[in-house]
Design a binder for this molecule. Structure first.
Ligand SMILES: [Zn+2]
Length: 925
């Protein structure tokens, strides 16, 4: 016992010794602070100018305006330091872009207003313009003044503040020195707090003048509207079925519970809101497991408008944030300074983008379900909070609209679309390198810079919850507050009467930690919310635009049953060429292809190009281009960017082409240029460029154009991403391609469906490797060609068969035609999800099983033998996801079927013979 105590002491001692550190106050949530005019600004003066006191410039700090209070919960803070003074200013208040609005006290507020930006620059003084300003800085600790600067004027040298302060609450105050607030543009430069283990946090100002009270007529109207909904008892029963086998009973509905609560449920999940005394989520249940997801009540998100943060609804304070007793929720009060609920509406889900169906798709339907829209308001700004709950899947979607109903432009600096206090994924006393986060899949359609969801997602943040002071983790680091927000901006002006709509987030609680089952949840989600990803045409990647070569390829494709040709990179295709000859050439080729039942399209490179110093994204670190993702890229919000989009659309309109392969899509590059025509600077550069690229993809989706884009843009309308391969592997000797290809398939299809991905087959040389790395001449490598096709078609993954032709001899043609016929015969089951059986190792068999309870064939298993000897094996085949429960009829290829009884784990034992360096397949009915 004694020994373990010593060990514990040493353990904690080490931890504490390494935890001494500091925070810079401007990096905390300063937008929660109270300030009479405008709001505190990070690393700038309150007027947007550079930080500068008495001629001394500062990189870091906070610009404020009297009267201002920044309230800090010190936690284990021990020392505060800063330099203080009034900011130097060069603003010309007589300038044309200066506009004023009168306040209720008769004073006017000055703004610099352009068509896309609004900047606060001051408040009117006695002179009728903005004064020079005088202020007093004070630091208050637990209500007691521990520092006062005395009166400071513009031009005074910065004073240093150094204070030992342990724990408690620290207020950083700026007062007006008795002569009014005009010109009081004060600065806390380099503000820093040293601490030990538990970091200080900014806590919301008192906002006593911003108390939110629900009007009795609004409360009555909300209750009256709730009464029209069907009642439901809580908790809702757990479903008696597995929705992955049969989801027909999972229908979204909107209910009332009691007189104040609205419940959105489809039998798989349920989210419960209270509307009194303000809107807030008070429960969020995973009905599949019967467990609640919600640890505590928060708000429906946060808007930072003109520098100030406002909760969207929200209730507080809860006595405890580790769990919630429902009786507490009746006693919570509306959070001060929050948006207040006015109304709500219930309707059917509408299509989130237009999808023109022009080709085969496994799922041709857009999702159905119910949508609830809550309307909230604050100071003539309206917020519409949308929730869409789908039929058939445990997925809820959320987005918000911000509507400017005031008579002056408003700046949306940032937003949080979701702020959920979620039950923690794990509890540990110390802090690990990687936390297990809650078993909730979260993703949005604001995604870029990666081929997979995991690397492209930019909007899911698992944050600490400083309110949760009873957590096991001593420094309170448990990531248990889900925040959904853009990484930068939008820093975008909303004009009078205009609306800004955010991206959408999808939330999907899991009922298991098993990898295949989690993957099946996610794959079913894509099939439902982005059903265009189930289109899966058979295509050739043609390396030439020579009309004769194209026509020959079209003829070949038509002969063997191919459906599409992409004129690939290196083919000479140029969509930016606006000459009538260019349009005529591709228009004629497209007509020729269409006449034979083949769709035609091509390739265009966007990012990773170096255009010019004027056009390319500007690196915020250097003020020059270069050093960005892919080195450099054109800024999509420059004139060049707008021209690129115009030219690409024009090309498709002029030629009628049907496929777009967009390489190096927008990777998320920010841009610090202030001279580009269509964004103001760094703050709005990512938001505005993203709107450009997403706008193009949505436009193409509405035209029925098929889209291959390497990056993960599927929720923005594209069809496929790269499955994830190493390009130069296709320059290795031919015999190594097959294993790499199968490894890519096996690893790439855990959380994506086969139709969402493309892989690769080099018919001709790709990145080098010479003749031993190519399949051409095809007739000399028939066995390899067949194996490539069978593992790709057999997995449902289309490949870029890259070359100038599909076949070079009658025997090659016969082979391609037979494989395509086979694929089309089993197209539904081959496009169904795969169940991973065994990863390719090179040492023994490998394989996967397609399973689908709703198709004619319930399963199709593919087995591969990478060795030089025929193989006989007894393989345990897991048939749970085929939906079969007792007996499976199984046949090898087109042979006779044999009945197998399923064991208690829904498995059968199958005797399989796999020929050397080859494959076999079995059908389960
Ligand atoms: Zn730019």
């Amino acid at each position: 016992m004694k020994l373990s105590l010593i060990v514990l002491f040493v353990f904690f001692g080490c931890q504490l010794a390494s935890a001494q550190t500091y925070v810079e106050v401007q990096d905390l949530t300063i937008s929660l602070s109270e300030q009479t005019y405008a709001a505190p600004v990070k690393n700038q003066a309150v007027t947007g100018e550079q930080l500068s006191i008495g001629g001394e410039a500062f990189e870091k700090g906070i610009g404020v305006h009297s009267h201002s209070v920044i309230k800090i919960n010190m936690n284990n803070g021990s020392h505060f330091s800063a330099k203080i003074g009034i900011n130097d200013s060069k603003i010309d208040y007589e300038s044309e872009v200066v506009k004023t609005i009168p306040l209720t006290d008769g004073k006017r507020v000055f703004y610099e207003v352009t068509s896309s930006k609004k900047q606060f620059i001051g408040v009117e003084g006695e002179s009728g313009s903005v004064d020079q300003g005088t202020v007093i800085f004070k630091v208050i600790h637990n209500g007691e003044e521990i520092y006062s600067s005395g009166v400071m004027r513009r031009g005074d040298k910065a004073k240093e503040v150094n204070l030992d302060v342990k724990g408690g609450v620290l207020d950083l105050v700026v007062e007006d020195a008795g002569d009014g607030s005009s010109g009081d543009h004060a600065v806390w430069a380099d503000p820093k707090i040293d601490y030990f283990e538990i970091a200080p946090v900014i806590i919301p100002g008192d906002f006593v003048s911003e108390k939110v009270e629900q009007k009795s007529d609004i409360k009555a109207a909300l209750r009256e509207k709730l009464m029209r909904l069907d009642p439901v008892e809580l908790p809702i029963d757990q479903p008696s079925y597995d929705w992955l086998i049969d989801n027909s009973k999972a229908k979204a509905q909107v209910y009332r519970n009691g007189k104040d609560h609205l419940v959105l449920s489809n039998g798989l999940i349920a989210r419960t809101f209270t509307l009194v005394p303000n809107l807030a989520t008070i429960d969020y249940s995973n009905l599949m497991t019967g467990e609640t997801l919600l640890r505590a009540v928060s708000s429906e998100g946060v808007l930072t408008l003109d520098g100030r943060s406002y909760d969207i609804g929200g209730l507080s304070p809860q006595p405890e944030y580790g769990y919630t007793l429902m009786k507490w929720t009746d006693q919570l009060t509306a959070t001060n300074n929050s948006f207040q609920i006015q109304d709500f509406e219930v309707k059917e889900i509408t299509d989130r983008l237009a999808w023109k169906r022009t080709r085969w798709a496994m799922n041709e339907k857009m999702p159905t379900g119910k949508e609830v829209v809550f309307t909230l308001s604050k100071n003539d700004i309206l917020v519409k909070v949308h929730f869409a709950l789908y039929d058939g899947i445990p997925t809820l979607s959320k987005w918000i609209e911000v509507i400017n109903d005031s008579d002056l432009m408003v700046q949306l600096n940032s937003f949080k679309l979701e702020q959920l206090a979620v039950v923690e994924g794990e509890n540990l006393v110390g802090t690990p390198d990687h936390w297990v986060t809650p078993n909730l899949h979260v993703q949005s359609d604001y995604a870029f810079g990666g081929m997979q969801q995991k690397t492209s997602q930019k909007t899911t943040y698992w944050e600490k919850d400083p309110r949760y002071t009873t957590q096991t983790n001593y420094p309170m680091n448990v990531p248990c507050l889900l925040e959904v927000k853009p990484p930068l901006g939008p820093e975008t002006a909303i004009a009078v009467s205009d609306t800004l709509t955010t991206f959408r987030v999808w939330e999907m609680p899991m009922d298991s930690k098993e990898e295949e089952r989690k993957g099946l949840f996610i794959r079913k989600m894509y099939r439902t919310i982005s059903p265009w990803t189930t289109e899966n045409p058979i295509f050739l990647h043609l390396t030439s635009t020579d009309p004769e070569v194209v026509k020959t390829a079209v003829d070949q494709c038509a002969e063997v049953g191919y459906e599409m040709i992409i004129l690939s990179f290196g083919s000479g295709m140029d969509m930016e060429d606006e000459s009538s000859d260019n349009y005529a050439k591709f228009s004629q080729l497209r007509e020729y292809a269409n006449a034979k039942g083949i769709e035609l399209g091509g390739y265009s490179l966007l990012s990773s190009r170096w255009i010019s110093e004027e056009v390319d994204v500007i690196n915020p670190e250097t003020g020059k281009r270069g050093g960005m993702i892919f080195g450099s890229s054109p800024c999509l919000s420059s004139e060049w960017g707008y021209e690129y989009f115009r030219k690409v659309k024009k090309f498709f309109e002029k030629t009628g082409m049907q496929v777009f392969e967009n390489d190096g899509s927008y990777p998320g590059n920010v841009c610090a240029s202030t001279s580009h025509a269509h964004h103001n600077g760094l703050g709005d550069s990512q938001w505005k460029q993203y709107a450009q690229i997403q706008g193009l993809y949505k436009w193409m989706r509405s035209k029925g154009i098929y889209m291959n884009v390497p990056d993960f843009y599927v929720n923005s309308g594209t069809n496929k991403t790269g499955i994830g391969y190493r390009e130069v592997n296709w320059s290795l000797p031919r015999e190594r391609h097959l294993m790499h290809g199968r490894l890519n398939i096996y690893d790439g299809l855990w959380d994506r469906t086969p139709s969402m991905c493309w892989t690769f087959v080099p018919l001709t040389q790709y990145h080098g490797g010479g003749a031993v790395a190519t399949l051409e001449p095809l007739k000399d490598h028939l066995e390899d060609y067949e194996n490539h096709m069978m593992q790709n078609y057999g997995s449902g993954v289309q490949a870029c068969y890259r070359g100038a032709r599909l076949y070079d001899a009658p025997e090659t043609k016969k082979l391609v035609k037979e494989v395509v016929r086979w694929y089309k015969e089993y197209r539904h089951i081959l496009n169904s999800d795969i169940i991973h059986l065994r990863r390719p190792s090179g040492k023994d068999w490998d394989g996967f099983l397609h399973a689908n309870p709703t198709t004619k064939e319930k399963g199709l298993a593919m087995f591969f033998n990478p060795t030089d000897r025929d193989m006989e094996r007894e393989i345990k085949l897991p048939l749970y996801y085929t939906g079969l429960t007792d007996v499976a009829k199984v046949r090898e290829k087109e042979g006779d079927s044999r009945a197998y009884t399923l064991d208690r784990a829904y498995r059968i034992r199958l005797q399989v013979t796999i020929p050397a360096n080859s494959y076999t397949w079995y059908v389960i009915e």
